[in-house]
Write a protein that binds this ligand. Structure first.
Ligand SMILES: NC(=O)c1ccc[n+]([C@@H]2O[C@H](COP(=O)([O-])OP(=O)(O)OC[C@H]3O[C@@H](n4cnc5c(N)ncnc54)[C@H](OP(=O)(O)O)[C@@H]3O)[C@@H](O)[C@H]2O)c1
Length: 294
């Protein structure tokens, strides 16, 4: 996957993820400097050829590309905020999880201190790092991404999302929303079918087929959302709402949790009350676009 020339890289933060990141750089042949608050976590990496920097400042000076992957933004500022740490001239790639606002603020903070800054989000677990399955999202200046993409390619499938530093975090949580929604819908069906003696393994391939089929609707529905026009080409929202009522009744009749179907129905009912009953399902974007605090 990685044919880039050897590039000196620094990895700061050697928790489960940071160790995997540094290991992937080493495997790809990049001279790798590491630094962690608890130095013993560098032992295995040092045995594989990494250099353990004595200070954070020294680690940053070792190369033009510094990856930071720590628990949260408070830890990032603890590590890099010390007066003796110069960020001048380095490119920071921050793979610490956080919000889009935190990413934008960290970009301003780093740039004021003379660094270039890319934000990133890792959509993978540590064992996948260094393989194509590890999707790593980046946002920030395109030129910085282009400069460092060859070396970052050692970590997995690196993707560039745009200049706004907050985009990687936003895509990250959008992906989580998709993941939990699919899983929760599957668990709802599994709970209902188990009451009739159907085990989870029997239902799973059927559920997979439905989820895959529904996923093919997304580009067409996205077009409706982007055009702000929701003609009912296959089904009207009020038809869906009647099926939702049926799902609630069935859940209650077989004695399983009906909270999720009731949430679907409550949102559809509000859209219908606002006059959208004869339009198609994605008109619900209007319910998702505004906050609701009750
Ligand atoms: N693990 C995953 O599957 C996964 C997947 C996607 C994204 N991520 C993200 O990757 C980041 C790291 O996760 P992880 O799994 O590597 O966590 P972890 O194993 O708990 O490691 C946390 C790291 O942060 C350092 N740290 C925490 N507070 C610090 C402070 N105040 N000063 C200096 N260093 C501090 C720790 O140093 P010490 O070793 O000295 O404690 C350690 O290097 C998180 O933002 C996480 O959300 C993880």
């Amino acid at each position: 996957m990685d044919n880039s020339p050897a590039t000196p890289v620094t990895v700061i933060g050697l928790g489960l993820m940071g160790q995997a990141l540094a290991g992937a750089f080493l495997k790809a042949g990049h001279p790798t400097t590491v630094r962690n608050r608890t130095p013993s976590k560098a032992d295995q990496l040092v045995a594989r050829g990494a250099r353990l920097a004595p200070t954070v400042g020294d680690a940053i000076k070792a190369g033009s590309l510094t990856i930071v992957c720590v628990t949260d933004y408070a830890a990032l500022y603890d590590l890099l905020g010390a007066n003796e740490v110069s960020l001048n001239g380095t490119t920071l790639v921050n793979l610490t999880s956080g919000s889009s606002a935190q990413a934008r603020e960290a970009a301003r903070w780093a740039e004021q201190r003379g660094a270039r800054y890319l934000d990133g989000a890792i959509m993978a677990i540590p064992p996948a790092i260094g393989t194509a399955e590890a999707v790593i999202l980046h946002s920030g200046p395109r030129t910085d991404f282009d400069t460092h993409a060859p070396a970052l390619g050692a970590l997995g499938t690196v993707t560039y999302l745009g200049e706004d530093h907050g985009l990687a975090s936003l895509y990250d949580v959008a992906g989580l929303a998709m993941m939990w929604s699919v899983l929760n819908a599957w668990l709802q069906g599994t709970a209902m079918l188990r009451t009739a003696g159907v085990d989870a393994a029997t239902y799973a391939p059927f559920a997979q087929q439905i989820a895959t089929g529904v996923a093919t609707w997304l580009p067409g529905y996205a077009e409706q959302i982007d055009n702000g026009s929701f003609p009912a080409e296959v089904s009207a929202l009020e038809t869906d709402a009647r099926a939702m009522e049926h799902l609630i009744e069935e859940s209650e009749a077989v004695g399983v949790n009906a909270e999720l179907p009731k949430l679907f129905k409550a949102m559809a009912d509000r859209a219908i009350a606002a006059g959208h009953g004869k339009e198609q399902y994605p008109v619900l974007i209007e319910e998702f676009t505004k906050p609701r605090n009750d």
